[in-house]
Ligand binder design. Structure first.
Ligand code: NAD
Length: 496
């Protein structure tokens, strides 16, 4: 099939029960840097989802998966990690093409993706039960850790390979089976990951990949009777819909949602280093990052100087084609996202905020929006301060004292990430203790590791990804009581 410029479009397929297949419906995917349709994606609806969940459900107890030892599951994950590393440049190109995220970032991120799979491959045979020291001499009592069941994993458009690895790695290490739903925006890399899972040798049905839209695909998946757990990453409004859906199947859930993370700079901070970290925190990935440090809180004494340095850095960012290795900043993923961001900026400026740079969408093809900084000191409740833009918009507020900094930092319904820049060790500790967030970065920002748990509270969701904790989340315990005495059971009318 050709697109409106006469170019041949690539066709992707869904992966259900070990087979690649077209869905009954399909949709076109746009290259966000050109706005030209470049691929046809399979659009899963009820019958596809039902087959995918049935496949995962029957694979869960089938001997070719349930009969594997934990080390054998780990070997499959090691193989997947190797395949991801071997195919890194192709996967990075697909992600860049389909989401507009710059190739520099997607290439670097793929290395982390392989590391996450390796980490969970190594953890597979370290997920252990426990012997319980029960106070009854004639009983052996222990906890078995069993797979949680069929997992519905749902991811948003940004960093789909990365955001799915933090679900797939621990879930498969624990022996679960999965239906992974890629976002309807930029699903290409995940549909290609299905090929690598197939090559790695996971038995049919253990992991299934689909994509589609919220109501027809996501809702059907999250309310399916055979789904045991929903691992969701996305926005809080969708998360609420997911929880309503799971009222039908009583599935448990972990929710990794948005943020409005404070980035706090004290007057003793290394200004250049803090400004670089702030650029990384809000303008990397054109701000489409859940951990975006989108609220700069700066101490009044250095505000003017810090904003001047930051503005110069923001304006020097190299904007261009996401496929070019020199490009530092690409387009947003969708036009809808650009409209939403513009509205947030306009409303804030109308309310009295002062635009320091950016604030006007770029002309020409592609969903480009420039790095934008808005001083909201006179309107601390401006929309740009309160609402997640999920884009390159930095709101600025100032403070005088540590107490004020903490008060402003915690004046949000979100609680995902935070950054503190200071040379004062005891102050850093006081801030770490007081900040309401799942992650605190001190004198750094946007650092990750498979070993470090990640997650938030409030509107940022619940549950943690990464680390051993995440693998345990994908298990359920079974308590076993074994009586070791051969004597007849005494008084049957008394609880033992
Ligand atoms: P979104 O909530 O609109 O969509 C996320 C996923 O949910 C998509 O796959 C979508 O198709 C699906 N979906 C939509 N409606 C659904 C429904 N009714 N039932 C089930 N699934 C449904 O999010 P988005 O706009 O694609 O992504 C941006 C959001 O994701 C931001 O809030 C961002 O902060 C958040 N995010 C969080 C993290 C994290 O780890 N905390 C990481 C990345 C992004």
């Amino acid at each position: 099939m050709v697109n409106n410029t006469g170019g041949e479009m690539k066709r992707f397929q869904q992966y259900i029960n070990g087979c690649f297949e077209d869905a009954a419906f399909s949709f076109e995917s746009l290259d966000p840097s050109t706005e030209v349709a470049w691929a046809i994606m399979p659009e899963a609806r009820e019958t596809d989802i039902d087959r995918a969940v049935e496949a995962a459900s029957s694979a869960l107890h089938r001997s070719d998966w349930a009969g594997l030892t934990a080390s054998q599951r780990g070997q499959l994950l090691y193989k997947l990690a190797d395949l991801v590393a071997e195919n890194a440049s192709y996967l990075a190109e697909l992600e860049t093409r389909d989401t507009g995220k710059i190739i520099r970032e997607t290439s670097a991120q793929i290395a982390y993706v392989a590391e996450y799979y390796r980490y969970y491959a190594g953890l597979a045979d370290k997920i252990q039960g426990a012997q319980l020291p029960i106070d009854k001499p004639d009983m052996d009592v222990w906890l078995r850790r069993e797979p949680l069941g069929v997992i519905a994993a749902i991811v948003p458009w940004n960093s789909q390979l990365f955001l799915s690895a933090v679900k797939i790695g621990p879930a498969l290490a624990a022996g679960c089976t999965m239906v992974v739903k890629a976002s309807e925006f930029g699903p290409a890399p995940l549909l290609e990951l299905a090929r690598l899972c197939d090559q790695a040798g996971f038995p049919p049905g253990v992991i299934n990949f689909v994509t589609g839209f919220g109501p027809e695909c996501g809702s059907v998946l999250t309310s399916h009777a055979k789904v045991d757990h929903i691992s969701f990453t996305g926005g809080p409004i969708t998360a609420a819909a997911v929880l309503r859906n799971s009222a039908d199947n009583l599935a448990s859930s972990s929710l990794e949602l948005g943020g409005k993370s404070p980035f706090i700079v004290f007057d003793d901070a290394d200004i250049d280093s803090a400004a670089n970290a702030q650029v990384a925190g809000i303008f990397a990935a054109a701000g489409q990052s859940c951990v975006a440090g989108s609220r700069l809180l700066v101490q009044s004494g250095i505000k003017k100087k810090f904003l001047a340095v930051l503005r110069a850095k923001a304006q020097a960012i190299k904007i261009g084609s996401p496929m070019d290795m020199d490009t530092e900043y690409g387009p947003l993923c969708t036009q809808a996202q650009r409209i939403k961001i513009q509205s947030l900026v306009d409303q804030s400026v109308d309310a009295g905020a002062e635009l320091i740079c950016g604030g006007v969408p770029a002309e020409g093809p592609g969903f480009y929006y420039p790095p934008t900084i808005i001083d909201c000191s006179k309107v601390p409740k401006a929309p740009a301060v309160v609402h997640e833009a999920f884009g390159p918009v930095l709101s600025v507020l100032e403070f005088d004292t540590e107490e004020q900094a903490l008060e402003l930092a915690n004046d949000t319904d979100y609680g995902l990430a935070s950054g503190v820049f200071t040379q004062n060790l005891t102050r850093a500790h006081r801030m770490i203790n007081g900040i309401k967030a799942g992650v605190v970065w001190v004198n750094t920002y946007r650092a990750v590791s498979p070993i470090a748990p990640f997650g938030g509270s409030g509107l940022s969701g619940h549950g943690r990804e990464g680390g051993l904790e995440a693998a345990l989340h994908y298990t359920k315990t079974k308590t076993v009581w074994l009586r070791t005495s051969d004597e007849p059971i005494p008084d049957p009318f008394v609880m033992r």
